[in-house]
Structures are given as C-alpha cells and as structure tokens.
Design a protein around this ligand. Structure first.
Ligand code: IPE
Ligand code: IPE
Ligand code: MG
Length: 246
C-alpha cells in the first residue's frame, strides 16, 4: 500500500519547554533546569543520529524570552557559551553541523563570535543538521525575509519568501514536538510549520528521553499527510505530496 509517511521524519523541530518548572518542582533555581535542558538536548541529538533523522531544529530562546528576569536571561547567555565550549567538538566528531537561527544583532560580541566559530568548525559535517533557534521568532523571520527581498528589489512571492527565510537551508519540519504540556506554538516556525505534524507531550524538557522521542515518531507514523489532497489521492499511485510551496 502506498504511504506518504516515512519510517522516521526527515526533519524534527522541538519546542524544548518546561525547564523552569522542572527546577522549581525540585526547589532549585530555574537556571538549574536550563542546565538539565542542555543534557536533554545532547541526549536527543544522539538519539536523532541513531535513528537517521537528518535535521533537528530546536527552540532554545525566543524573541520574547528577553522579557524574563535579567538574571535568567544572562544565565542563559552564559550557558550558551559554556555549552558551546563543552559540546562543539564532540558534536563535530559525530558529524553534526551547527546553525544558529535568529537575530544575532542583540547578542554581545563575545556570543556572536562564539556562534560563528561553532558554525565554521562544523561546516563540513553531513550526518545531522542541528539548527539552534536562539533569539528567534517566527514573526521576526517572516519580516526579515520580506525586508531582504524588498532591499534587493525582488518580488515577494511564496517561493522568494521561502528562500529568504532563516531555515531555507533545510526542508520544512515533518514533525513538531512541544514538551511541557502547553498547546501552543509561541512564535516558533510560523511559516515552516504549515504542514508539519504536531505532537504535544506533558513531559518537561529535562525529562525528555529516547522513549519519548520514539513515542512521538510512532504517532507521526500513524498520521496521513494529505497536503490538501484527498485520502484516496494520497493512497493512489501518482501521489506526489510536497510540503514546500511550488
Ligand atoms: C524553556 O523552558 C526554555 C526557555 C524558554 C529558555 P522554560 O524556561 O520556559 O520552562 P517553564 O515553561 O518555565 O517551565
Ligand atoms: C517557548 O517557550 C520558547 C522556548 C522553548 C525557547 P516559552 O516558555 O517562552 O513559551 P510561553 O511563554 O509559555 O508561550
Ligand atoms: Mg516555558
């Protein structure tokens, strides 16, 4: 029988939510939850490599997260730099190519340099693309893409916008996972999630493990992706689903 849903999604996107609650439940400072969140991300990257997932895109810091208390924001910036210094060489050894996605202009010089170095040193890797969305917002992404086209005098079409978006180097996510129990997108990939399958987990991000990922993939495999077609068309021999704009 023809099926449109591959065994593993090619591109998984994750809203890694629930770090603060994980820490608060344990009477720990919120930053302790964010540190556990980095460990959970490392585990998840390993699991994606083992399962042959080609692209992992994670939401690590949103445009709106600047509104948090300043000690949490600066703690997250420090954690980003610390994690880069600790993790980049082993990520690179495992064939992971890093991309930082988001508006970098608001970061300190030091953070900007760190991101650039991490991207450069992993640029030749091909096993897994890891997009870390940091100071990212879906609305920012659409606006920056439109501004880029306007400044180049290019027509704004679905195709040209798609190519100007911050994730133009990868196909759209097949599967979006959000942990932490909230049923919302929170300004994540507004454009790119148009036809992604959505999966919400009550687990807090630091608790997310291989079995959680497998549960999400198992649900993904039960979904029929129709991209606007009928079920009969999707099952038919000349089915050619396409999540990208034509
Ligand atoms: C997600 O966890 C990480 C960031 C937004 C930086 P939260 O920090 O939002 O955790 P909760 O939702 O407060 O538990
Ligand atoms: C979304 O989580 C952003 C990240 C996980 C980085 P939030 O915790 O910021 O989302 P809201 O505020 O609950 O919508
Ligand atoms: Mg949250």
């Amino acid at each position: 029988m023809a099926t449109t849903t591959p065994i593993v999604p090619k591109h998984v996107a994750i809203v890694m939510d629930g770090n603060g609650r994980w820490a608060t439940k344990r009477y720990l400072p919120r930053i302790a939850g964010h540190k556990q969140g980095v460990d959970a991300l490392n585990r998840c990257v390993r699991a994606c490599l083992e399962r042959g997932i080609a692209v992992l895109t994670v939401f690590a810091f949103s445009s709106e997260n600047w509104n948090r208390p300043s000690d949490e924001v600066s703690g997250l910036m420090d954690l980003l730099l610390l994690s880069l210094s600790r993790e980049v060489s082993s990520l690179s050894g495992n064939g992971v190519r890093l991309h930082f996605v988001g508006d970098r202009l608001r970061f300190s010089e030091k953070v900007q340099r760190g991101l650039m170095q991490a991207e450069r040193s992993t640029a030749a890797n091909q096993r897994l693309v890891l997009n870390i969305c940091f100071n990212y917002g879906g609305r920012w992404d659409i606006a920056q893409a439109a501004q880029k086209l306007a400044s180049q005098g290019e027509a704004i079409t679905e195709l040209s916008l798609d190519r100007a978006m911050a994730l133009a180097h990868v196909p759209d996510p097949d599967l979006l996972i959000r942990t932490g129990g909230e049923l919302r997108i929170s300004n994540f990939l507004l454009w790119q999630l148009a036809y992604s399958e959505l999966y919400f987990s009550d687990k807090l991000w630091p608790e997310f493990d291989d079995s959680e990922l497998d549960a999400a993939i198992a649900v993904f495999r039960t979904r029929e992706r129709r991209f606007g077609q009928t079920s009969a068309q999707v099952a038919g021999p000349d089915n050619n689903p396409n999540s990208k704009v034509a």
